[in-house]
Design a protein around this ligand. Sequence first.
Ligand SMILES: *[C@@H]1O[C@H](CO)[C@@H](O)[C@H](O)[C@H]1NC(C)=O
Ligand SMILES: *[C@@H]1O[C@H](CO)[C@@H](O)[C@H](O)[C@H]1NC(C)=O
Ligand SMILES: *[C@@H]1O[C@H](CO)[C@@H](O)[C@H](O)[C@H]1NC(C)=O
Length: 500
Amino acid sequence: HTHSHTHTHTHWTQLSVQFRSGSLRFCSQSPTFSRCALPLICSSLLGPQVQQILSEFQLKTEELKEVMRRMQHEMNRGLRLETHEEASVKMLPTYVCSTPEGSEVGDFLALDLGGTNFRVMLVKVGGDEERSFKVETKHQMYSIPEDAMTGTAEMLFDYIAECMSDFLDKHHIKHKKLPLGFTFSFPVRHEDLDKGILLNWTKGFKASGAEGNNVVGLLRDAIKRRGDFEMHVVAMVNDTVATMISCYYEDRSCEVGMIVGTGCNACYMEEMRTVELVEGEEGRMCVNTEWGAFGDKGELEDFRLEYDRVVDEASINPGQQLYEKLISGKYMGELVRLVLMKLVNENLLFNGEASELLKTRGSFETRFVSQVESDSGDRKQIYNILSSLGLLPSELDCDIVQLVCENISTRSAHMCGAGLAGIINQMREQRRQDTLKITVGVDGSVYKLHPYFCDRFHKVVRELTPHCDITFLQSEEGSGRGAALISAVACKMAAYMLTQ
Ligand SMILES: *[C@@H]1O[C@H](CO)[C@@H](O)[C@H](O)[C@H]1NC(C)=O
Ligand SMILES: *[C@@H]1O[C@H](CO)[C@@H](O)[C@H](O)[C@H]1NC(C)=O
Ligand SMILES: *[C@@H]1O[C@H](CO)[C@@H](O)[C@H](O)[C@H]1NC(C)=O
């Protein structure tokens, strides 16, 4: 990561201007310096070092193209039978083949389990005159108690069934045997649309006896044990897939789904002939890339910095999900904190002194990154956050912290954009189209809540995908609704197969 002098110089000019208008604290303390001389001295003392540290986060277009090429290469290895085992990007078949057509009418129940909150939703899907869809939902959140998360699988699924029973009672629909779609956002190896083996719990779940088992089976058993209602579990999908499907209802070109929140993942419709893990040549199947694991076989070593290594080593899964760790909200705040600590240790920030809180892992939350970057220019927001961490920042400190946040969230957007560009180029090549018109459904807190993430992200994706016309669509109520719609498709497909 070398940067030309002019580049460095331009950046520094901005910083010293901010300094001059801001922290005069240093100047007025030293009567021997004139007001304008000091910032120049400071700039030559501090500037290049801060610059140097932040420059490592700035990726050139050539580097992003390289990330994109490597991503596409790994995707192809994941798709091919002979390389699938060793590929870092697993490209898991989802068995979601066709996307819904405009005729499903009916009620569906949707479950959404992906974190400490569990959601039950009643969805009414109706086709209206213009062959578009009307989707109405009623939903309720239940929080999962600690003992259900960490006890046995039976305890967890009994609790889920209990919530469902409560929901059905409240809406007076316990007597109906509704089709059920299950958004289950953990790593799963699908054997069919309604059969998936849990590979690993993540996000703090530990319930024993679930890993290695069919999740739909566990749910069906729990419903049977209760015996007070019946359900027809037709489909289980990942939140990424659910995002794609739910956006498809608004835009029929939506064939990519992506999540950038606590985690980061993407799926897209791949040509069946390329999905070697599943027999069949016709049509397309949705492939869950599991691209968070990109880099786990060394593909990102030349892009990972010392801070990334510290974050990884302190995580619950060292050496795994390395691409996700460069991007997702779970790690962004901590990366900022590590860079701030580096600057403090080099005596470039907070007078070289960190507060106890700043020294504490996890204290700089990812939402602070958004807040720091949305500061209106008076530094109030930045000042408040830093004081809440026990610091007494100068105005220059505030400006440096803002630059750190900008650089880290920008790297996240650019890295993620390079990955998506890999997917889109893959689609264009596989479809042998000169130009590809495609819509990407997106969900996730980083994408939705960070003030500049999506602009920076869109810009990079478009730069790296010539001959593509890309629309980005934010999913509303993503996962639960997607699962319900997928169960609609599954029912329709089942009905179709019965009549054959
Ligand atoms: C990164 O930090 C530099 C200062 O080192 C700043 O000039 C630049 O604007 C920042 N880049 C981004 C993309 O935020
Ligand atoms: C599903 O989504 C979650 C969150 O995006 C991710 O952690 C998990 O690995 C995904 N995978 C599968 C196959 O369900
Ligand atoms: C996931 O499961 C595999 C085997 O099923 C195991 O080797 C691996 O360590 C697990 N990963 C995590 C993060 O628990």
